[in-house]
Ligand binder design. Structure first.
Ligand SMILES: [Mg+2]
Length: 372
């Protein structure tokens, strides 16, 4: 089998709100083959910059549009192709958008392999740890502590046993910060898990104070309280915090995760399959975490392609903790892009069983939402 084309499709909702919600647009990757099988993937990044990384021209031998490296190649050779893409974009890649773009292609290649063999990706990865994965409902905070409490109640009523709230207005001041957590806990109930995503708002000392204050409400983890490059701050925080510290969505590639784990000493590594380098790299990141006694969770705020990818991966590793599942109200794009939708049942997400990633694009809706 040979790859015949690689395409990156930028889709968006009509209205994109000024909030930290990457589910409002998406970059979908399609890899076609001469066997008539098309693989799909996704990149959650700066969409048109990632599209350029994929579809851009040959500039020189270590700065090349990824598409040109793949046409004519055998899609089964995922490990070799990952290294080819990494090496041939090293001038501009290695971290960030370069690896993000590779992620979408790697997911699509695994989708092709699964479709060709009639097997779900988790089986190709050697998995089978779980039949269903426990999930948490993921949302931005309400505008106020009170609104967050009401939102927590609405989410609990849907049947979730765990919830995470993130970003603005966390970081406003000590009283508001603690009140947000208090109301989240009050609204969601005592017999369930609450996680807090601070959204990069504090220095290490403030984060230590907040972690201690939030511990009173029994939170499951405190996520990304510090800027991602402040590894020293993360190490201080994790040493002093009574609650688990999670981070990783800003990292791409295993070297970057090694810094987070070994310098930052975080408790939980959060891996986004559409950003970290795809399945090929996520398996290695999970192994590096397992060797350090760490659990991993997925990060994913975008489409059901991302959710399916995460479920395959979490089912193929021994140290999966929980799956992120977005319930952001008023963000609807993900409902249109694929024919298959993921639904929570009794606090769990079912592991996909269809060949490949196990979901199909809704081509008509993709055309309708396509921007570039
Ligand atoms: Mg986060």
């Amino acid at each position: 089998m040979k790859i015949t084309n690689v395409e990156a499709i930028y889709v968006s909702q009509k209205v994109v709100r000024a909030q930290c919600d990457s589910g409002q647009d998406a970059l979908i990757v399609k890899v076609s083959t001469d066997a008539g099988i098309t693989g799909i993937g996704e990149v959650d990044s700066a969409p048109l910059a990632a599209k350029a990384v994929i579809e851009g021209p040959f500039s020189h031998t270590i700065s090349t549009g990824l598409k040109h490296l793949l046409i004519g190649e055998d899609p089964f050779e995922t490990e070799r192709l990952w290294h080819k893409m990494y090496h041939r974009t090293i001038y501009s890649g290695r971290r960030g958008i370069g690896v993000h773009a590779m992620s979408g292609i790697d997911l699509a290649l695994w989708d092709i392999k699964g479709k060709a063999l009639g097997l779900p990706v988790w089986k190709l990865l050697g998995g089978g740890f779980q039949k269903q994965i426990r999930c948490y409902a993921s949302s931005l905070f309400g505008a106020t502590p009170k609104a967050t409490g009401e939102l927590a109640k609405r989410i609990r009523a849907k049947g979730f046993s765990a919830v995470k709230f993130g970003w603005v207005p966390m970081g406003t001041d000590a009283k508001t910060d603690v009140d947000l957590v208090r109301q989240a806990r009050r609204g969601f109930g005592d017999d369930a898990d609450v996680m807090i995503d601070a959204g990069l708002v504090w220095d290490a000392r403030t984060a230590i104070q907040r972690a201690k204050a939030f511990a009173e409400f029994g939170i499951f983890w405190l996520e990304e309280p510090l800027p991602p490059d402040d590894y020293e701050g993360y190490a201080k925080l994790t040493a002093a915090s009574p609650v688990h510290i999670a981070a990783g969505e800003q990292e791409s590639g295993r070297q970057s995760f090694l810094d987070l784990m070994d310098k930052g000493r975080v408790d939980i590594a959060q891996v986004d399959l559409t950003r970290c380098g795809g399945f090929t790299e996520a398996m290695k990141i999970a192994s590096l975490a397992a060797d350090r006694g760490l659990k991993v969770a997925n990060h994913g705020f975008s489409t059901y392609i991302n959710v399916h990818a995460a479920l395959h991966w979490l089912n193929a590793i021994p140290n999966a903790l929980i799956a992120e599942f977005v319930v952001q109200e008023n963000t609807s794009l993900r409902e249109f892009l694929t024919k298959d939708h993921v639904r929570m049942k009794d606090g769990f997400l079912p592991v996909p069983d269809a060949p490949g990633l196990g979901l199909e694009l809704n081509e008509e809706q993709v055309r309708k939402h396509r921007v570039a």
